[in-house]
Design a protein around this ligand. Structure first.
Ligand code: HEC
Length: 189
């Protein structure tokens, strides 16, 4: 005969045992869930949505001719900065000219030509940088108006050479009559 006391003791022990089993099972389930969450591959990005976003961004990029009108602005200011012997301003506009020429080329590195061929612009620009833009840099550093004028005229010839290569011989730059900037004082302090 099992006494009442003994029966209570047994059911308590059973309860503890069951609790331990349930708890261990829950812990195991949690561990498995964690492991699964770690190994589960991230869902693939929505390719169509990404493509649409890239296309939308592409439409926001300015055109090559827009970047070239910046070059026109900076390069004409450069002439007047040097005419006024304002060498720090000349250096600024030379650097801006160089970086905007590079930007223009990055926007559209290859031009399709009317004869069906293609023109890679970067090698052409590299040539301009190494020759006339380098000469302009040293003329400005040496504060030499005569060397500056020679290098500036040489650069104009090279600007035009690229326009001709790109099939745009009607884009013929010349020495500017007035600075493009209306608010920047070309005279030194
Ligand atoms: C590596 C080639 C290259 C060089 C170097 C280059 N350009 Fe250009 N430029 C172009 C091309 C190509 C276009 C036509 C862009 C278009 O039609 O989208 C252009 C267009 C222009 C335009 C017309 C922009 C407009 O829409 O009104 C100006 C102004 C211009 N360039 C100025 C210059 C000046 C100034 C220099 C020299 C300091 C220069 N470019 C050097 C390739 C060049």
């Amino acid at each position: 005969m099992v006494t009442r006391r003994k029966a209570m003791k047994i059911s308590l022990a059973l309860f503890i045992k069951i609790s331990i089993i349930v708890f261990s099972a829950a812990l195991l389930a949690l561990q498995i869930a964690c492991a699964l969450a770690q190994t589960e591959p991230t869902p693939p990005p929505d390719v169509a949505a990404l493509k649409a976003e890239i296309d939308a961004l592409k439409r926001l990029v300015p055109s090559q001719s827009h970047a070239m009108t910046d070059v026109d602005y900076q390069f004409s200011n450069l002439w007047f900065a040097a005419q006024n012997r304002n060498w720090p301003l000349a250096e600024f506009y030379l650097n801006e000219t160089r970086s905007h020429l590079n930007w223009a080329v990055r926007i559209r590195p290859v031009r399709k030509l009317s004869n069906g061929g293609e023109l890679e612009l970067q090698p052409v620009l590299d040539g301009v940088e190494k020759s006339s833009l380098a000469q302009l840099k040293s003329a400005i550093a040496g504060k030499d108006p005569a060397a500056f004028e020679a290098a500036y005229r040489q650069t104009i010839t090279e600007c035009y050479a690229c326009h001709k290569l790109a099939g745009k011989p009607y884009l013929r730059p010349h020495i500017p009559e007035a600075p493009a900037a209306r608010m920047i004082d070309m005279k030194p302090d």
